[in-house]
Design a protein around this ligand. Sequence first.
Ligand code: ADP
Ligand code: MG
Length: 293
Amino acid sequence: MNPTPESQARHDDPATEPPAGSPGTSSNRAPEPAPLAVHGPARVIAVANQKGGVGKTTSTINLGAALAEYGRRVLLVDFDPQGALSVGLGVQPHQLESTVHNLLLERDADPSDVLQDTGVENMDLLPSNIDLSAAEVQLVTEVGREQALGRALKRFLPDYDIVLIDCQPSLGLLTINALACADEVLIPLACEFFSLRGVALLMDTIGKVTERLNPDLRLLGVLATMFDTRTLHTKEVHDRVVEAFGDKVFDAVINRTIKFPETTVAGEPITTWAPASHAAAAYRMLAREVIAR
Ligand code: ADP
Ligand code: MG
């Protein structure tokens, strides 16, 4: 039995879902990206917010997969010791011998030992596991401790168009490393109570990194996630996010849907698991905006 058409129809099920991109309606200003003739060097984008559960990992996987669909070569970096990004792509991180941790702390680590296939064409992964939690302590005594990730990623940049770093939910040394080597930062914000609480601290940290470590760092954009079309409150929070960040807020809005937890179980992105869903369309729209910005 070939399960594909039937299961796809079940996963997609667009009729029961609210439209993608609301409340930015389905405004679709970002153009279809032109194919690339030449690849690299990569733009490095840190996906950061010290609040947990706002969609950093989900957005890293699905933005990455959508960019890969547009022919971009994408490298995802799991920079959270929880390893959720790796798990979300079907990689069992506790079984790995080589992870980002080795690249950070061993000068002779072989990058090809760490690189993992994601099952998505054009998209690779540098996985992490709990070993990475030790790095924060180990790096403290290193010379250039804030630049360890930048050093580790350098050799990958020529081979990719976009590197996405999934940060851990803290503003500690690992996140500082990500901001210090990134060209841009993407901030997912959940459309919920208190979502803006803590954002000032995040912006302050980004400001300090820009001043002291990485003058070229810029805010790529703010992504509204967990948008619940059934509640007025979520719309109010979205309005406040737009008030605070203006045109830095992406038109693409990620609705709250059970599909995302389901993709984690499936170990694949929404773009392949439910390719015709509104959730997949929303991440494709985000990918077009990211390419255009
Ligand atoms: P973070 O990396 O910021 O901690 P995650 O991406 O891991 O956040 O998301 C937290 C949880 O919420 C996960 O279980 C994920 O599957 C779920 N989730 C993420 N985005 C959505 C969404 N748009 N709708 C519903 N659940 C979501
Ligand atoms: Mg995460």
